[in-house]
Design a protein around this ligand. Structure first.
Ligand code: 13P
Length: 249
C-alpha cells in the first residue's frame, strides 16, 4: 500500500496563500511519503495548475454525489477531476458533526467520486462519548460498512481510509500509538473481510499529528500515513512530518 501524508487545510488561506504554501511544501518535500494537500475549493484550480507535473497531490475537502443538477452550492466529483484534483476527502468528522452529513450521504459521495476516477480518503472515527461508552469499534465499523457499501471491486484501488478519532481532532490530544494501532488493525481486518483486494488500502491516522509524535504513530504496522490538520498549515511543521520515516512506494 502507499505511504501517504495529506495536509487538510480546512477553512484556511486565500488563493495566494494556498499557492505559496503548496509551492513551499513541494520544494521541501524529500519524497519519503507520497504527499498531498487539500485547499479550499476556490484555491483548487490555481493550486492544481501551479503544481501540474509535480509530485504533490491535490485533494478537495468534500464533494456532492451528483455531477449536475439543482444542487445550489454543491461541487461535483467531475468538476474536481477536470480541475486536476487527485482525490477528495469524504466523511470528515466536521462534515458529519458540523454539517450533519449522514452515513448514507457519505456512501453515495464515496461511490460517485471513485467512479469519476478520484481517489477517495474516507474518514471514520468515534466521538469521546462513543469511546467512553465502549462503542469506538462498533461506531467505526458501522461507518466503514456504510462507506464501503457502494464501492465496486474495481474502485478499491482508489480507496484510502483515514481513522480520525473526533476527540483527537484539533484538541492536542493524540490517540496513543497503541490505541491508534489497535483501531487500524481492526479497520484492516474489516477491509480484508469485506474484500481481499482491500488488503492494499492505505489507512491513515488523523488527530493532532505533529512533528513530535509523528514517528511513534507512523511506525505502527497498520498506520500507513497521516491526515494532518493544524500542523499542515505551516511548512515548518508539515515538512518534518512529510520528511520523516518511510520511503514512498
Ligand atoms: P488536527 O491535526 O488539527 O487535529 O486535525 C486533524 C484533521 O481533522 C485532519 O483531517
Amino acid at each position: 500500500m502507499s505511504k501517504l501524508v495529506v495536509g487538510n487545510w480546512k477553512l484556511h488561506f486565500d488563493l495566494e496563500e494556498s499557492v505559496s504554501l503548496a509551492k513551499e511544501i513541494g520544494a521541501g518535500n524529500k519524497g519519503n511519503y507520497i504527499t498531498g494537500v487539500a485547499p479550499v475549493f476556490t484555491s483548487l484550480a490555481s493550486v492544481c495548475k501551479e503544481n501540474a507535473g509535480s509530485k504533490l497531490r491535490i485533494y478537495a475537502q468534500n464533494c456532492h454525489w451528483e455531477n449536475s443538477g439543482a444542487f445550489t452550492g454543491a461541487i461535483s466529483p467531475r468538476v474536481l477531476k477536470n480541475l486536476g484534483c487527485h482525490g477528495v476527502i469524504i466523511g470528515h468528522s466536521e462534515r458529519r458533526h458540523v454539517f450533519g452529513e449522514t452515513d448514507e450521504m457519505i456512501s453515495k459521495k464515496v461511490a460517485a467520486a471513485i467512479s469519476e476516477g478520484l481517489e477517495v480518503i474516507l474518514c471514520v472515527g468515534e466521538t469521546l462519548a462513543e469511546r467512553d461508552a465502549g462503542n469506538a469499534n462498533a461506531t467505526v465499523k458501522a461507518q466503514l460498512d456504510s462507506g464501503l457499501s457502494n464501492v465496486s471491486d474495481a474502485g478499491i484501488e482508489r480507496l484510502v481510509v483515514a481513522y480520525e478519532p473526533v476527540w483527537a481532532i484539533g484538541t492536542g490530544k493524540t490517540a496513543t500509538p497503541e490505541i491508534a494501532q489497535a483501531m487500524h488493525q481492526g479497520i484492516r481486518a474489516q477491509l480484508i473481510a469485506w474484500n481481499n483486494k482491500a488488503k492494499s488500502v492505505s489507512i491513515l491516522y488523523g488527530g493532532s499529528v505533529k512533528p513530535a509524535n509523528c514517528k511513534a504513530l507512523l511506525s505502527q504496522p497498520d498506520i500507513d500515513g497521516a491526515l494532518v490538520g493544524g500542523a499542515s498549515l505551516k511548512a515548518d511543521t508539515f515538512l518534518p512530518i512529510v520528511n520523516s520515516g518511510h520511503i514512498a512506494k
